[in-house]
Design a protein around this ligand. Structure first.
Ligand code: DGJ
Length: 761
C-alpha cells in the first residue's frame, strides 16, 4: 500500500498527502504556483477525511488578508507582499515575499531575490538520501523491500535557474518523516547559496511553546521551554560540531502539552556540524519552525547541485514522551548501525577518571581485573597510550603505541584482558594534530588554519583538515593499521576542540565558504569507511563529552559519551534532555568516584548507580580503591543491569518527572531553574516488567513523601503489578493515578528504583 496520495483538482494544483499509521503530512499547490504546507498531525484515515481536513486546515491557515478573501482577484503587482501570508513548504525571499527564505542566494548580477514555484513531482519507490550524508542504513527494515517511498517535489525560479527538489521519505512502519532538499543550478551562470534549510514547517496559531536544548561543556542538553512570542528565536552551532551549547533539535508544542498528553512536533537534523534552527512567529500568527545548515556559502556552477542533510520530523498528540518514542524508534530501526541493533551494551570500565595519564600495562590490566569484580565486561584504555603523550600537550596524530608504558604492545594486553573474559577498547582522537607531534613536523599544512595568521590552540591541539582528500586517506590508513594491529572490540572516537579558523589552503578562495561542510563530508566519509571495514568494532562518539551528539553520528556510533559531567546529580538534566531524541542505550552513563571530579560533590553510591543504570552502564572509577561493601553494591547493580539491559534496549522509555512537567502556569524552565525531582521508567515489551527510577537532588523539608504516578501504564494491558522487592501488589489504575509511595526525604541526593513485574493471571 502506498503511503503517498496525490489529490489533484487539476494537474496544476496537486495536493500531496503522506500517511502512515503514525502521522499524516500534507502540502499542496495554490494558484498553480506556490507550494503550501497544509497539515502535519495525527493520521488522516481516508481520502474523504483527507480532503475534508485539508480543506478546513488550509482555509484556517489563511489569515485576514486579501489572499483569503479575494483569492480569485489575487494580483501580485497590487499586493506583492501577499505571499507573506502563505504557509510555505520551502519559503522564498523577495519577488513577492518579504519573509526570510529557506536559503540565501546571490546571483551573478548581485541580486538576491528568488521565488520558488511548483514545477512537477515524482514518486520513487525507494528511500532517496542525500549524497554523502545517509541516515538510514541500506539494510534497515524496509530499505530493501519496496515499502520506502520518496516523494520528490520540484520547485523552480525559472528566470534565476534555481531548482529545488524537496524529498520526503516515508515508510509504513517508521514513525517519523524524513525530509531533505536538493538545490541545483539549471541556469547559464553560477550563483552562490548560503545556509539552506533542510526543512521548514509552518504551523498556524500564536499560542505555542518552543522546546529546545541548551548548555555548555559538562552541562549539555538542558531542556528549555519558552512561550513562542513575536519575532524569531534562533539557535545555531558555528564551531564545526553540533555543539555543547545547543543541539540540532527543536520542538513546537501546545501550551498545555506535557510528558503524557498534548500535541507536539519536532525536527532533528541528521548532521554533526554547523546548523541552525529557528522558530518565527510572524504578523499573520504563523509559527515557522526550520532547521538546516549554518555558516555555509557555496558557489553552484551550471548544472551543479548541493544536498542538505536529512531532517527527522516527528509528531505526537500524546505528549512529549510519545514524541520522543518516535525518534527512539526511528534511531533503533533505521539509523543504528545494523550490527549493533539488538546487541546488549557491555558494562564498561574506563581508565580516564580513574587514572588520567598515569597509565601503564600493569595498571590497565589491574583496572580490568578489579573492574571484573564489580561486573565490568569491557575495559577501555582512554587517552595517553601512544607516542609521547604523558599529558595533553603533545602527540595527537602519532598513533603508535608507547612501548615504555606498554612494552608488549596493546594487542597482547588486549589478549590478556580477553583471556580474563572482558572485551578491550581504546581511545583515539583521529581528527586532531598536536603541535608537538611528528605528524605536525611533517605536515604542518594539514592543520586547519588560515595561511599568514597564527593558529589558535585549544587544549594544545589543532584540527586536521578533513576536507583535504589526502588527509582523509591518511587518517583512514592510520586508523586501519591501528585497528588491524590491536583488534579492539571498542573504539572511543573523541574530538576535543572546535574550529575557529575554517579554511583549507588546498582550496581556492571561492570554495572556502563551504569548508566546514566539506570537513563534515570528509569526516563522514572516513568514519563510514572504517565502520564498513570494521563492523565488529563498536564505535563510541565523544567530543569533550557530548559536544557532538546528533542523529548524523548515530548512523556510525551506537553509543555516545553523553557528557564529561559524571556527577550523578548534574547528569540528571543532561540525560533527561538527551532522551528527548535519543534512546537510553545510546547514552553512556558511568558511576564515578566521590568527591566527583567535575563538581566536587559527594553523593551516595546508590544514587550514582541508579542515575546510570537505565542507560549504557559503566564505571569511571578505580575499583582497587573501593571497600568490600562498595564493591558488593556495584556488583549488585551490574547484575541488575545485565538482567534488564535487553529490556532497556527494546523497551519504552518514559520521563515521569522533570523539566517538561509544568509547575502551575510557569511555562518556562531554564538552566537556572532546574526541577526538584526526576523520575523516569522503562516498560519492557507489552508491559511485562517495569523499571522505575526516582532521584530527588535536594531534600524539600516536606513532612510526608508523595506518590510517584506512572500514568503511561494505562496504555498497557496487565491489570496489576507486583513489586519484586516487597512483593506488594498494585493495580494498574492505582499505579497510573496514585503511584508508588515515596518516602519523606531527610537528606540530599536521594534516589530509589523499583522493579515491577506484571502479575500473571
Ligand atoms: C575528553 C573525553 O570526554 C574524556 O572522556 C576523555 O576521553 C578525554 N577527552 C581524554 O583526553
Amino acid at each position: 500500500m502506498s503511503c503517498i496520495t496525490v489529490l489533484s483538482s487539476d494537474k496544476y494544483n496537486p495536493q500531496f498527502v503522506l500517511t502512515n499509521p503514525h502521522f499524516s503530512y500534507a502540502c499542496g499547490v495554490f494558484d498553480g504556483r506556490f507550494l503550501s504546507h497544509l497539515y502535519f498531525g495525527a493520521p488522516l484515515e481516508n481520502t474523504a477525511g483527507l480532503k475534508a481536513s485539508i480543506r478546513i486546515r488550509d482555509f484556517n491557515y489563511m489569515p485576514q488578508t486579501p489572499w483569503r478573501h479575494h483569492s480569485s482577484d489575487y494580483n501580485t503587482e497590487q499586493v506583492g507582499y501577499v505571499q507573506d501570508c502563505i504557509p510555505f513548504e520551502y519559503p522564498s525571499w523577495g519577488r513577492g515575499s518579504t519573509h526570510r527564505g529557506a536559503l540565501e542566494c546571490e546571483f551573478s548580477d548581485g541580486s538576491t531575490a528568488y521565488s520558488l514555484e511548483y514545477r512537477s513531482y515524482h514518486i520513487e519507490n525507494a528511500i532517496h538520501q542525500p549524497e554523502g550524508m545517509p541516515l538510514v542504513h541500506p539494510d534497515s527494515p524496509g530499505t530493501t523491500d519496496p515499502q520506502w517511498q520518496t516523494l520528490c517535489i520540484v520547485l523552480v525560479d525559472h528566470e534565476r535557474g534555481l531548482e529545488i527538489t524537496l524529498h520526503y521519505c516515508i515508510h509504513p512502519h517508521v514513525q517519523t518523516l524524513l525530509r531533505w532538499t536538493r538545490i541545483r543550478n539549471t541556469g547559464d551562470t553560477p550563483f552562490i547559496i548560503s545556509n539552506p534549510y533542510s526543512a521548514s514547517v509552518d504551523i498556524p496559531g500564536p499560542e505555542k511553546d518552543l522546546v529546545y536544548l541548551y548548555g555548555s561543556w559538562g552541562r549539555e542538553r538542558h531542556v528549555q521551554r519558552i512561550p513562542v512570542s513575536a519575532g524569531m528565536h534562533h539557535i545555531s552551532a558555528r564551531n564545526g560540531t553540533s555543539s555543547h551549547q545547543t543541539s540540532p533539535f527543536m520542538a513546537l508544542v501546545d501550551p498545555n502539552t506535557q510528558e503524557h498528553n498534548g500535541q507536539a512536533l519536532a525536527l532533528a537534523l541528521g548532521y554533526s556540524g554547523n546548523f541552525q534552527a529557528s522558530c518565527t512567529l510572524d504578523e499573520n500568527e504563523i509559527s515557522r519552525i526550520t532547521i538546516g545548515l549554518y555558516g555555509l556559502k557555496k558557489k553552484l556552477n551550471t548544472q551543479e547541485q548541493f544536498d542538505t542533510p536529512m531532517v527527522v520530523l516527528a509528531y505526537s498528540n500524546k505528549g512529549m514522551n510519545s514524541l520522543s518514542h518516535s525518534f527512539h524508534d526511528t534511531i533503533r530501526t533505521c539509523i543504528t548501525p545494523p550490527h549493533w541493533r539488538n546487541i546488549p551494551r557491555s558494562i564498561l570500565i574506563n581508565s580516564w577518571e580513574s587514572m588520567y595519564f598515569d597509565i601503564n600495562e600493569k595498571k590497565i590490566f589491574e583496572l580490568a581485573q578489579s573492574g571484573k569484580e564489580i561486573g565490568a565486561e569491557l575495559c577501555v584504555l582512554d587517552d595517553g597510550w601512544f607516542s609521547n603523550r604523558r599529558d595533553d600537550t603533545s602527540s595527537l596524530g602519532d598513533w603508535w603505541i608507547n612501548t615504555d608504558l606498554f612494552p608488549r604492545g596493546l594487542a597482547s594486553l588486549a589478549d590478556a584482558i580477553r583471556n580474563m573474559g572482558l572485551l578491550f577498547g581504546i581511545w583515539v582522537e583521529p581528527e586532531m594534530i598536536s603541535k608537538r607531534s611528528t605528524l605536525y613536523e611533517n605536515h604542518p599544512e594539514w592543520a586547519v588554519h588560515i595561511p599568514g595568521l597564527p593558529l589558535t590552540e585549544a587544549r594544545n591541539q589543532y584540527v586536521l583538515d578533513l576536507s583535504n582528500k589526502e588527509v582523509q586517506h591518511f587518517v583512514y590508513s592510520q586508523m586501519t593499521d591501528l585497528f588491524t594491529d590491536i583488534s579492539p572490540d571498542y573504539v572511543k572516537w573523541d574530538m576535543n576542540r572546535l574550529m575557529t579558523e575554517p579554511y583549507s589552503p588546498t582550496k581556492p578562495a571561492a570554495e572556502q565558504g563551504s569548508f566546514m561542510h566539506d570537513y563534515m563530508l570528509g569526516f563522514y566519509h572516513v568514519f563510514g569507511k572504517l565502520q564498513k571495514k570494521f563492523p565488529n568494532i563498536m564505535f563510541e562518539s565523544c567530543a569533550g563529552g557530548g559536544g557532538r551528539l546528533d542523529l548524523g553520528l548515530a548512523h556510525y556510533s551506537p553509543r555516545f559519551w553523553t557528557s564529561d559531567q559524571t556527577d550523578a546529580i548534574e547528569r540528571l538534566p543532561i540525560q533527561y534532555g538527551t532522551s528527548l531524541f535519543f534512546p537510553p542505550e545510546y547514552m553512556g552513563a558511568h558511576v564515578s568516584t566521590t568527591p566527583n571530579h567535575q563538581v566536587g560533590r559527594t553523593t551516595p553510591l546508590h544514587t550514582r548507580a541508579i542515575s546510570s543504570l537505565s542507560y549504557s552502564f559503566g564505571f569511571e572509577l578505580d575499583p582497587r580503591s573501593l571497600s568490600k561493601d562498595e564493591k558488593e553494591i556495584l556488583l549488585h547493580y551490574s547484575n541488575l543491569y545485565k538482567d534488564i539491559r535487553s529490556k532497556i534496549q527494546a523497551g519504552t522509555y518514559y520521563r515521569l518527572l522533570g523539566p517538561l512537567e509544568k509547575n502551575g502556569t510557569d511555562r518556562s524552565r531554564s538552566i537556572h531553574n532546574p526541577p526538584q525531582k526526576y523520575a523516569w521508567m522503562i516498560v519492557a515489551e507489552e508491559g511485562s516488567s517495569v523499571y522505575v527510577f526516582f532521584s530527588q537532588p535536594y531534600k524539600t523539608g516536606l513532612l510526608h513523601g508523595h506518590a510517584l504516578g506512572l500514568p503511561p501504564l494505562q496504555y498497557y494491558s496487565p491489570t496489576s503489578y507486583v513489586d519484586a522487592h516487597t512483593q506488594k501488589e498494585y493495580s494498574t489504575p492505582y499505579l497510573a493515578q496514585i503511584g508508588l509511595p515515596l518516602p519523606s526525604v531527610s537528606e540530599d541526593y536521594h534516589s530509589m528504583s523499583w522493579i515491577l513485574h506484571a502479575k500473571k493471571s
